[in-house]
Design a protein around this ligand. Structure first.
Ligand SMILES: [Zn+2]
Length: 441
């Protein structure tokens, strides 16, 4: 399904538009969408043949780009709370081993519903059985950048060789408008050199992104030093893995040299402030230093098992506060920068900076209408609205969401899926999966 071919022309009049263009313009404007893309941004949009929405009570913001998720884990929210990463993974791996394609799809639909209802229109995912996630993306109308997890064959519950599975997945889904398949090494703790090299070869062969976890905890770093004599990012640089189209999640425990290595190689970093804080990864990811070194940084929610939300509004808020407090610098990661990470910078990391992440003529019409009369957006002044998005706006203020000009949420209701049914299926998946939860030790 190509949504841009289905979308009728659409005009939004006199809304408070947060463009996220080069000038970071915020102001009253009309918008027109033709064939899924913005065709007019400014006063007096032509209305011929279009559905017209009165935008006076709304802010319009680009759809959020969530750069690290495991969306199908929705039924596992709260299954391993209040444990560190090692204790968390003990439970997660035990439950994950019993997942089947049907409950992955049910979980993905519930997670995607949560994302759409909080204004996210694109996400980068890392999981297996991604065909089920891809189907859920196409059904509900979100853009999925879907990474098939690869790891050492002797450590996986996947049938067959994970690298082969990833490549077949890419071949099956390449060229779709909403689904972008890619390969995703899980991390140095389960991937040997052959897997990293194999993943890079697949990404190069097919021109895809490559997404991976790195340096999330001190334990991961010290174990890798014990094994190889090198820190994870240094080691990945040495084996020739780093390069553009690579997106690293977490990157909490980095040296100055590793920051340079990532930035120079053009590796993007998905910052997961909530997940890191909840799992007590300790320290604070060097986001300010990474950006100063020229790295592209986005925000990621990680899964609801470690966050426990998929809301990018919450992610902006926490990412900003953690950096400011840790650095004794209230000017660190300002509201505008937080919105940049959640929109245009995230789009750049996905290699789609020319096509997504801002409201500009020619770009895909992925955007949300946000109610300016919601209490968390008061005062609804143009000079305050970016701060509201970064620090105070509630998900409940997000009235309607469009992907490629197609409505996917209208007045807080999913358009292309029935929440009652999605919820029932995901609850049934949870009933099955929670039975495999080991008793807490
Ligand atoms: Zn993750």
């Amino acid at each position: 399904m190509a949504p841009s071919e289905l979308a009728p022309p659409l005009v939004v009049t006199d809304a408070l538009v947060i463009r996220q263009d080069a000038a970071r313009a915020v102001g009253r404007s009309d918008l027109r969408v033709d064939r899924g893309r913005f065709s007019h941004v400014g006063p007096n949009a032509p209305r011929e043949g279009a559905t017209v929405i009165d935008g006076r009570g709304f802010a319009v913001v680009p759809g959020f780009v969530n750069t690290h998720a495991h969306v199908a884990m929705a039924p596992m929210r709260a299954i391993a709370d209040d444990r560190d990463l090692a204790g968390f993974l003990e439970i997660l791996f035990a439950v994950d081993a019993h997942r089947v394609e049907a409950d992955v799809e049910a979980g993905a639909r519930a997670g995607i519903a949560e994302m759409l209802l909080s204004g996210t229109t694109s996400f980068l995912d890392l999981y297996y059985l991604e065909d089920a996630v891809a189907r859920a993306c196409e059904a509900l109308g979100i853009r999925g950048f879907l990474g098939w997890a690869v790891l050492d064959p002797e450590l996986t519950t996947q049938t067959g060789r994970p690298l082969d599975n990833a490549e077949r997945f890419i071949e099956r889904w390449n060229g779709r408008p909403l689904v972008t398949p890619l390969v995703a090494p899980q991390g140095v703790y389960v991937c040997g050199e052959e897997v990293w090299r194999g993943a890079k070869a697949i990404a190069d062969r097919h021109g895809t992104l490559c997404h991976f976890h790195v340096s999330e905890t001190r334990r991961e770093v010290s174990d890798h030093i014990a094994k190889t004599g090198r820190r994870p990012v240094e080691w990945l640089a040495e084996i020739g893995f780093l390069g553009p189209r690579m997106v690293a999640a977490h990157a909490v425990w980095l040296t100055g040299r590793e920051i340079e290595l990532l930035a120079r190689a053009g590796v993007g970093v998905a910052h997961c402030a909530s997940s890191n804080a909840k799992l007590a990864s300790g320290g604070v990811a060097p986001i300010v230093e990474l950006r100063a070194a020229g790295a592209t940084v986005g925000l990621g929610t990680d899964s609801v098992a470690s966050n426990n939300s998929l809301s990018m509004l919450r992610e902006m808020h926490l990412a900003g506060l953690v950096q400011k407090n840790h650095r004794w610098d209230a000017g660190a990661l300002r509201a505008q920068e937080l919105l940049d990470l959640a929109t245009i910078e995230g789009a750049r990391m996905l290699g789609r900076g020319d096509d997504l992440g801002s409201i500009e003529v020619g770009k895909q019409a992925d955007f949300s209408l946000i109610r300016l009369d919601h209490p968390t957006l008061l005062p609804a002044r143009p000079e305050a609205v970016v701060s509201h998005l970064a620090y105070s706006a509630s998900e409940e203020s997000i009235d309607s969401v469009y992907v490629a000009g197609v409505p996917v949420v209208q007045h807080r209701t999913l358009v292309r899926g029935d929440w009652g049914r999605i919820r029932a299926d995901a609850e049934a998946a949870a009933d099955r999966l929670w039975a495999f939860r080991p008793s807490p030790s």
